[in-house]
Design a protein around this ligand. Structure first.
Ligand code: XIL
Length: 381
């Protein structure tokens, strides 16, 4: 792929030097004073990104934010909205399309928040990733605790998928149709996923069929965590997806969430893993990357920790850039101010690319440099 070849050459040339080649900008203070103006368009991620790669973020709202001492970030934080528009060409609702949020009572949909995100994306020429339709988590009590027959459950799922996907037809580019359907050992989640448990594994194919009927142009993905490398779980997707496609099921892609921790090391086989899905003719994507680290309460990360974090972001982005049909790279929030990480991972935090005040960390510059190298001198959006 032409636009990406210079990065390929640079990466190959520096392969053995990778850790040392991390572009931590010595001249950049880790906490730059002041804030960049959103109008400095050319100094943003989306501006330097290759044309065939969307650079995205989750849009903060719902979920853990509801227990935090601030209003829904997307709706009130003007600085946040400016950075969101300026930096990213793709947005994903962090929680606003999950069942418990969008379908809180049976037959009652709550679309206002997602409508606002889609309007914002259209105003700012951003594409949207839909997340998610079929999951074991963040389902409403009326569904999980309801007393439904199999036929009723099937009708509930079909109605939900057709209603939600249909509402945003033509406005959502990629859908995480099914999220986290496998256990770590590569077996299906037959216990905690209500759909698979009650309706059997064939319901997965139906979910994709219904989504495709509701928006034939959207590309439809499986999405999961813990599938960065070659392992039992990613192998399970590698086996499942071609099998579904052979039955005519409209599956277009495989997406890797990418919730990384410096505790566990970088998954060095990420690119090889993406490549084997690419070789099946699938689109691939990184959909939720963040890189958390151990930070004691009341202390700041060391420069070494920030450099390690930057290298993880850089290597993940390089992996995607170097795989031909990895067309979307999304970070799960761009500022520590609203990250889910400290709420969910005790003792870990600082996982995003900007500090609470939106100033940029070394990880931000690592992404910016990597994008710039993938298409030097470009500036297009
Ligand atoms: C997280 C959100 O960031 C939180 O706000 C929410 O409370 C819990 O879910 N995998 C996924 C995402 O697919 O939807 C999750 O998002 C993170 C893990």
């Amino acid at each position: 792929m032409q636009v990406r070849s210079s990065l390929a050459a640079a990466v190959l040339a520096s392969a053995v030097l990778l850790p040392a080649a991390v572009p931590v900008h010595a001249a950049q203070p880790t906490r730059a004073p002041g804030i960049e103006k959103a109008s400095d368009r050319k100094d943003t991620l989306r501006w330097v990104a290759p044309q065939d790669l969307e650079i995205g973020t989750a849009v903060a709202g719902g979920g853990h934010h509801e227990t935090q001492p601030y209003p829904d970030p997307f709706t009130y934080d003007q600085e946040y909205r400016e950075r969101l528009a300026a930096e990213f060409s793709s947005v994903s609702p962090e929680n606003q399309l999950k069942w418990e949020f969008v379908h809180p009572e049976q037959g009652t949909y709550r679309f206002a928040e997602m409508d606002a995100i889609v309007d914002f994306a259209q105003e700012n020429k951003q594409v949207v990733r839909g997340h998610t339709l079929f999951w074991h988590s963040q389902n409403p009590a009326w569904l999980e605790e309801g007393d439904f027959t199999k036929d009723e459950l099937r009708a509930i799922l079909k109605d939900h998928i057709q209603t939600v996907v249909g509402r945003y037809a033509g406005k959502i580019q990629q859908w995480d149709v099914a999220n986290e359907i496998f256990n770590e050992d590569g077996t299906l989640r037959t216990t905690d996923n209500i759909w698979i448990r009650e309706l059997g594994p064939d319901i997965i194919a139906d979910a994709f069929r219904w989504a495709h009927e509701a928006d034939p142009k959207a590309t439809l993905f499986f999405n999961d965590y813990g599938v960065e490398g070659v392992n039992a779980k990613s192998n399970a997707y590698l086996e499942l997806i071609p099998r579904l496609q052979a039955q005519g099921v409209p599956v277009d892609g495989f997406a890797i969430q990418g919730h990384l921790s410096t505790r566990y090391g970088f998954p060095g086989d990420l690119q090889a893993n993406l490549q084997r899905f690419d070789a099946l003719g699938l689109e691939t994507a990184i959909t939720e990357i963040d890189v958390r680290m151990d930070v004691a309460v009341g202390t700041s990360p060391t420069d070494a920790q920030l450099a390690t974090q930057a290298s993880y972001y850089q290597r993940a982005l390089e992996a995607c850039v170097l795989v031909e049909d990895c067309n979307s790279f999304t970070i799960w929030g761009f500022t520590d101010k609203y990250s889910w990480v400290p709420v969910f991972f005790t003792g870990e935090g600082e996982a995003t690319v900007m500090w609470d005040d939106f100033t940029r960390k070394p990880a931000y510059y690592a992404l910016q440099d990597t994008l710039e190298q993938a298409s030097p001198g470009r500036g297009h959006r």
